[in-house]
Ligand binder design. Structure first.
Ligand code: 6R9
Length: 656
């Protein structure tokens, strides 16, 4: 651990929680998952995963389940060939399920579209024909920055169908962030929209993607979906309307089979340095684990369930649990475009009631927001269709878990707290509904087929009751295959910490309770988790110091009752800014939003004259966190100048 590391004290009391919720006999009797799976997977891991891979339709069968000879570069289902889009779309139509609703799309302003699997096949085929006509070839990269529109899903599946590698960039990311992702992947095409509906109003999108593509030589075309109908800037020759290029295409397209290890997508995520990492996922193993976990963890019954994952497709949760997992399993799902409080704070519950949602998967930050809005809001709706709830993105505190169970789940249905990462591709640690006795706040046990452990500094597993680093001890099918264009960083980030043991280092702290169940404690590196979004402290610091009036900046994630962590920045200004300090602070917040995106806007910026540093010059974020969280300042003996903390606290006029 570095000097700046340390767990959030708010999370330390998690393992004192002792309530247990056994599955109901009713649920257990109909559950997809079985306790036997743990034994099966332990007895023969490869055979277990081979069985899971049978969930998919392969054009050519694999000859070997996993090849780990060239670790940490894994190959799964060696020699197997499949088409990912065929598996998510066509095979359901061929099985006679063309009339089944794949997506009940709900627009923020109240418009809606019902998309059956047959519709999906036609729309994905048209999009694939259009991308092929634009001259894109298997292996080429396509960037997508779009709101939650059906066309975003068609685009992803059209890429998968043609073997193109998509890189979806969250709609809230700034032009600068989009540009660096396009450049890193050398994307040839950008797919976007004219605008988006956000908090009840049309908001621009094309203006900002134009700012990004002004300096991206690799981009040949920008394909634009019309959503808001706003007037937008247009570059003749480069820009193409989706309705001009896609609508006229034939609605059939024959998918080609690709190698199981053919790249499927890149998704950028924050690391401990300023530069985001392009996490690379491939086809066969990824889809196998997406389908398996979506079936087992959510207990999906495709004939009767209505599933809803509230994530954005710009994040891994949207990739695996809106697009690939549910569609590979032939699920019927709700996809919602907008914000949860537009036009009112009951919007999600209204959608659950209206569509008869049975499985609801969301993030703790939203649950805590619902808590703040009040239990009378969900109480005003009929939520009796729900039969399973899920949580993802950050540790869920027991109180939020209990509230979720009581006020949304009617005190009767299972909750699955699912731990995983962009890098793991799919769920890794989670209760199995109908099997596991749930403990509020614990992700509990690695899924059958997954091997995780909590180890100490030396890589030795800690005993029951002990805490340490979470590691993954065996390769898994949906594991990342690398960081795009940076093999060294891949080895260094994930595989060097426990190189002798060959463990994957997740970057999370965790504890075992007395029963050996796992409790996640949050990141142990300099990655913050704000509303389930990963943002690195370095990234925000770089954005701040890129402003001419900032001399130095240090950023910490402070515990926040709603968002998990909030970003608190300490800045030393270069020269006395003109105008009020408030104006300077507000300008800096806007500057960060412009550099990275609104999600990275600091909750607070504190102007200071000094920063606490060790003798080797490392900023002691631990001490800054004490200030940000209003605590007694901790041990300052390693400070180069012990008077600094007094200087900082005395100088703070706007103490948090
Ligand atoms: C899927 C996703 C990954 C980081 C991960 C951890 C935190 C996610 C969690 C959780 C505790 C859970 N995290 N799920 N912590 N309990 N159920 O969120 O991916 O955006 O890459 O974030 O999120 O810290 O390391 P990603």
């Amino acid at each position: 651990m570095t000097e700046q590391s340390g767990q959030s004290p708010a999370l330390d009391n998690l393992s004192t929680e002792s309530r247990v919720f056994p599955p109901s006999a009713e649920f257990a009797a109909q559950a997809n998952a079985s306790a036997q799976w743990y034994d099966d997977a332990d007895a023969d891991r490869d055979a277990f995963w081979a069985t899971q891979a049978e969930r998919l339709t392969w054009a050519n069968k694999w000859s070997r389940v996993v090849d780990w000879d060239d670790a940490p570069f894994a190959k799964w289902f060696v020699g197997g060939e499949l088409n990912v889009a065929y598996n998510c779309v066509d095979r359901h139509v061929e099985a006679g399920l063309g009339d089944r609703v794949a997506i009940n799309w709900v627009g923020e302003p109240g418009d809606s579209v019902t998309i059956t699997y047959a519709d999906l096949q036609r729309n994905v085929s048209k999009a694939a024909n259009a991308l092929a006509e634009l001259g894109l070839n298997a292996g080429d990269r396509v960037a997508i920055q779009m709101p939650m529109l059906p066309e975003a899903i068609y685009s992803m599946l059209a890429c998968a169908r043609l073997g193109l590698v998509h890189s979806v960039v969250f709609g809230g990311f700034s032009p600068t962030a989009l540009r660096s992702r396009i450049d890193d992947a050398q994307a040839r095409l950008l797919i976007t929209s004219d605008g988006q509906y956000r908090r009840g109003k049309p908001a621009p999108m094309k203006e900002s993607t134009d700012e990004a593509t002004a300096e991206t030589p690799s981009i040949e075309h920008v394909l634009v979906v019309r959503r808001t109908g706003a007037e937008i800037p247009w570059t003749e020759g480069r820009d193409l309307w989706w309705h001009d290029v896609v609508d006229k295409q034939p609605d059939t397209h024959t998918p080609e089979a690709f190698d199981a290890e053919h790249p499927l997508f890149i998704l950028y995520t924050s690391g401990t340095t300023g530069k985001p990492k392009g996490i690379l996922h491939t086809s066969g193993g990824y889809l196998t684990q997406a389908a398996y976990t979506h079936n087992a963890v959510f207990d999906l019954k495709p004939e009767t369930d209505v599933y809803w994952c509230t994530a954005d497709i710009g994040w891994i949760t949207g990739h695996t649990y809106i697009v690939y997992g549910p569609l590979a399993n032939g699920a019927t799902q709700v996809v919602y475009e907008g914000t949860p409080n537009t036009p009112h704070e009951g919007r999600h519950f209204e959608i659950i009631q209206q569509h008869g949602v049975t499985i609801y998967y969301t993030a703790p930050t939203l649950i805590r927001t619902f808590m703040k809005w009040g239990e009378q809001i969900p109480a005003g709706y009929d939520l009796s269709s729900l039969r399973l709830l899920g949580s993802v993105g950050e540790p869920i505190n027991p109180e939020a878990w209990i509230w979720y169970r009581k006020h949304i789940g009617g005190d009767r249905i299972p909750i699955v707290d699912t731990w995983w990462q962009t890098e793991t591709g799919a769920i890794m640690i989670s209760p199995l509904p109908g099997v596991t006795e749930a403990k509020p706040g614990s992700a509990q046990r690695p899924l059958p087929g997954i091997s995780a452990a909590i180890v100490d500094e030396a890589g030795k597993e800690v005993p029951a009751g002990g805490g340490g680093y979470l590691v993954l001890t065996q390769p898994w099918p949906s594991m990342l295959r690398g960081i795009w264009g940076d093999e060294e960083r891949f080895r260094e980030t994930y595989w060097s910490r426990f190189a002798d043991e060959g463990f994957y280092f997740a970057g999370d702290g965790a504890k075992y309770d007395a029963d050996g169940d796992i409790w996640l404690l949050g990141r142990i590196d300099d990655v913050m988790n704000v509303s389930g979004h990963r943002i690195s402290t370095t990234e925000v610091e770089s954005a701040l110091v890129s402003h001419p009036s900032v001399a130095e900046a240090a950023v910490v994630g402070a515990t926040d009752a709603t968002t998990g962590q909030g970003i608190v920045a300490f800045v030393i200004l270069r020269n006395r800014p003109e105008g009020t300090p408030e104006a300077a602070v507000s300008e800096l917040r806007d500057h960060v939003a412009k550099e990275i995106g609104p999600i990275a806007k600091p909750r607070q910026i504190l102007v200071v004259t000094e920063l606490p540093k060790t003798r080797s010059g490392k900023i002691m974020r631990r001490l800054l966190r004490d200030i940000a969280e209003n605590r007694e300042i901790g041990d300052t003996t390693t400070l180069a100048d012990s008077a600094v903390m007094n200087l900082i606290t005395e100088g703070l006029s706007n103490k948090p």
